[in-house]
Design a protein around this ligand. Structure first.
Ligand code: 26Q
Length: 840
């Protein structure tokens, strides 16, 4: 890779043409990498080899920005760094993004053409690091993108899972899980740093003593020690000369520990130890909510949290800062409660390992942390059994007890009016088996707590954390989620991005509120026509993708009605299905019914252990089978399930949608972020007043949004006053007919058993009020069909959806976090380091 020198030497500022990366130089660099890294000549190299050679070339380009930035941020005193702690980072494919951000997309395309290759084909070969389940992990990635683009010093800390979220295959309509081998051919974006390593203890017991100065000391004697080593990924900002770091931790056996056993002749014990240690970062748990209390999951959480905090302390001391200033140098964000054991761990590091006094350590800890909640579902709240904590983290349990004691004493003494809430405030749930409530630990140990949409933040104060809110109202705020327009418009929808830029220039990519300047264009007939052409093109592109992956040919002139997200009862994919079955019946009864031709598109994974979610996937396929085979309706309706929804597949889907389904039971979806991605790409939403839908509805205007269903208060009322789904079933003919189609086995070759659990849950309880919202949904969908008939009017609404979505950029929300919670300032990096200057 010595050849890369040419490129570095001529590195200009962002946005300028890079003289060092002239076409010929690029081609030579690619050939050089093929030869040096892969031992291949261009003639012998496969497309995958070209991908690798190119990725390493681009990685080299990133590296200089990165070293430059790291030098500045992490070594310079007085610069405050954001540390985003998250068990998941769903960063998506990296090559196209990095080419765009380095301004190299076009030159590289041309260079590859010189080898007779298409860049798009190479991009398809890139495996994506699926290190997350869905919304929460993707949000973390969007925030890293915005932090880097806005020039805020930040490190993302997480786990380098060897196997990310499973690959979803469909067999006979059922979901099958296959392991995700994203590291099989190595990852060019990864820098493994075996020298950045920390020891992580587990189990054992604690011993107390007094040291020579008479100070009470606790010593944790572990039963197991595991080593965490850093795997770093550069996070470039968009056209800015700096790059931040995503640092993921990989577990390895601790050598000294191995050798102990080995030297005693116990070779097999040493081998076991190695396997047990490395298992910690082997695989991502594929459940989003509800929560599962697996021991290995707690080990993962503590492992990455302890590595990260030790890393911060090392950086801090290396900057010759004293620990009393820790909170002035680091703002640590907890992405949900998954990393919340960090509160006890930082206390342990301060008190036990760095000899700070308890009160001082606690002050610094509270000033360091802030906590984002992502769910209100009671079954999704993390709580760890005391017995498990005692076994794995005995010292942390002591610290939690001590914190709890002091907290409850403080309430009794200073807030006697809250005395009756002590059991609700306690860090320990003592109602049955005893648990530590991680949301309480996170709330107590943080100076700021936020929800992820206006409604969610309100419900947090009213419900899950109401006693904390009563006691410490100033800690609470709302930070409505956002998504990066660089990935979710520019990269995934280049034609739309081109159209926007042609009209208003390209500033919108760094300031999405600029999109409002496009609003005038809505009156321009020509613009609306081009807009439609772009959408048509994206729909055709998706049709091609669908044909390739499902063998179903869909009609690009039909209305694309899309629901893509994790499969959950609260997200109500089955409400969507009831509508489809209803339309089917209507058309069967009246061939001339006035229904705009529609293609219903679903995608999403079900947690492998979530039976009902898997059954919903089967039902989607059963409905698809029935409809797609029926010549009497297939000109009007089509249903497809796109397998293995992930960041990559999402790029084909969002830009092609006409209608975005955001139909969760009000009060259940914390925010949603897919809703934003659709709307930005000019889809209209059919949705409930839930999560960020409410704010999108307000932003785009009620005339341009299809609203239906009960609101959160009405949902609460309906349940409180005795809800009877069977009465609705009996009284509504269309509804009964649709449910009967499922329950009589018409969809399952006469087998009435398959879907019985689903039908039973709808008729007996209907926890998520599917039947309660059915009629309103059907009526609203009818309106959709009518509006879609007037394509020019539809495109007006679509355009206004895009132009009014400026607020939902992750740049906006990251600035809010920086200003309101983290108290950090951006740094401008004027020059790019020339690595060759480092050569003595
Ligand atoms: C917890 C314990 C054990 C195993 C797994 C988990 C786990 C993992 C992932 C629990 C939850 C998650 C993910 C939750 C999630 O993605 N929540 C979504 O967060 C988005 C970003 O704020 C919101 O937009 C969505 O509304 C919310 O559902």
């Amino acid at each position: 890779m010595g050849k890369l020198k040419d490129s570095f030497n001529d590195m200009p500022a962002a946005g300028e043409v890079r003289p060092g990366l002239k076409l010929e130089a690029l081609k030579q660099d690619i050939a050089y990498n093929l030869f040096c890294l892969l031992g291949k000549s261009p003639a012998a190299a496969s497309s995958k080899d070209f991908y690798t050679a190119l990725a390493y070339l681009i990685r080299g380009q990133l590296e200089s920005r990165w070293i430059n930035t790291a030098g500045k941020y992490y070594q310079q005193k007085g610069i405050k760094v954001v540390c985003y702690l998250s068990a998941e980072f769903l960063i998506g494919p990296q090559l196209a993004k990095n080419l765009l951000y380095l301004d190299l997309y076009e030159p590289v395309r041309q260079a590859l053409a010189g080898f007779g290759l298409s860049l798009e084909e190479l991009l398809e070969l890139e495996p994506e690091p699926g290190l997350g389940n869905g919304g929460l992990g993707r949000l973390a990635a969007c925030y890293l993108d915005s932090l880097a683009t806005l020039g805020f010093p930040a490190i993302g800390y997480g786990i380098r899972y060897e196997f990310g979220i499973f690959e979803q295959q469909i067999r006979d309509g059922w979901q099958i899980e296959a392991t995700d081998k994203w590291l099989q051919s190595g990852c060019p974006w990864e820098f493994l740093k075996p020298d950045v390593a920390y020891d992580i203890k587990f189990g054992g017991h604690t011993e107390t003593s007094y040291d020579e100065s008479g100070r009470y000391r606790v010593l944790w004697v572990p039963a197991q020690v595991v080593k965490g080593i850093a795997a770093d990924y550069p996070i470039a900002g968009y056209k800015i000369n700096s790059a931040n770091t995503l640092r993921l931790w990989k577990a390895e056996a601790c050598e000294s520990f191995d050798f102990q056993a080995f030297n005693m002749g116990d070779y097999y014990a040493a081998v076991d130890q190695k396997v047990v240690s490395e298992n910690i970062t082997k695989v991502l748990y594929p459940n989003d909510e509800p929560w599962v209390g697996k021991q290995l999951r707690l080990k993962q959480q503590y492992f990455f949290v302890s590595c990260s905090l030790q890393d911060m302390i090392k950086l801090h001391l290396a900057r010759s800062e004293s620990l009393e200033h820790f909170h002035e140098c680091f703002a640590v964000q907890l992405n949900d409660t998954h990393p919340s054991i960090a509160i006890a761990e930082l206390m342990r590091l301060f008190v036990d390992e760095h000899q700070l006094g308890w009160n001082e350590a606690w002050q610094i800890t509270q000033n360091t942390f802030s906590y984002t909640n992502h769910t209100l579902l009671p079954e999704a709240l993390e709580k760890w059994p005391l017995a498990l904590l005692q076994e794995l983290l005995p010292r942390h349990l002591e610290i939690i007890f001590e914190l709890n004691q002091r907290f409850l004493d403080h309430v009794r003494l200073d807030h006697p009016e809250h005395e009756e809430n002590l059991a609700n405030l306690s860090l320990i749930d003592e109602s049955g088996e005893k648990y530590v409530r991680m949301a309480h630990l996170a709330s107590l140990g943080s100076h700021a707590i936020n929800g992820v949409s206006e409604l969610h933040s309100e419900l947090l104060k009213r419900d899950v954390l109401k006693d904390f809110y009563a006691l410490m109202p100033d800690k609470f705020s709302n930070k409505t989620n956002g998504v990066t327009p660089r990935r979710f418009i520019r990269l995934s929808n280049p034609k739309l991005a081109g159209l926007i830029t042609e009209r208003i220039g390209e500033d919108w990519l760094k300031d999405l509120s600029e999109l409002s300047r496009l609003e005038d264009a809505v009156e321009d007939h020509g613009f609306r026509e081009v807009w439609r052409a772009v959408k048509r093109d994206n729909k055709l592109r998706l049709a091609t993708y669908i044909k390739r992956h499902t063998d179903i040919l869909v009609d690009p002139d039909s209305l694309y009605d899309v629901q893509v997200k994790r499969i959950h009862e609260y997200k109500r994919q089955h409400l969507n299905l009831l509508h489809i079955i209803t339309l089917y019946h209507i058309i069967r009864q009246n061939q001339n019914a006035d229904i705009a031709p529609r293609t219903f598109i679903f995608a999403g994974k079900a947690a492998p252990s979530y039976f009902m979610a898997k059954l919903i996937i089967k039902l989607i396929h059963a409905v698809a089978d029935m409809i797609n085979r029926d010549i009497r309706v297939r000109e009007r309706l089509q249903v497809v399930f796109i397998p293995n929804f992930n960041v990559k597949t999402s790029h084909w889907i969002y830009p092609a949608a006409d209608l975005s389904e955001q139909i969760s039971t009000a009060g259940k979806e914390a925010s949603g972020t897919g809703n934003m991605k659709f709307s930005m790409n000019g889809a209209l939403t059919i949705g409930t007043l839930d999560g960020a839908n409410i704010e999108i509805h307000k932003a785009v205007g009620s005339e341009h949004f299809f609203l239906f269903g009960l609101n959160a208060d009405q949902v609460y009322e309906t349940k409180a006053t005795g809800y009877d789904p069977r009465a609705l079933y009996s009284s509504n003919d269309l509804l009964r007919e649709s449910i009967d189609t499922i329950q009589t086995g018409a969809l399952s070759h006469g087998d009435a058993e398959v879907f019985r659990p689903l039908v039973k849950s709808l008729l007996d309880r209907d926890e998520y009020l599917v039947l309660a919202d059915y009629q309103s949904y059907i009526a609203c969908q009818k309106d959709v069909s009518l509006v879609f008939r007037d394509s020019d009017n539809w495109s007006r609404k679509a355009i206004l959806n895009t132009t009014r979505m400026g607020r939902f950029s992750s740049d906006r929300v990251v600035k809010e976090y920086c200003h309101d919670i983290w108290n950090v300032e951006p740094i401008r990096s004027e020059s790019t380091l020339n690595v060759m200057d480092l050569v003595p």
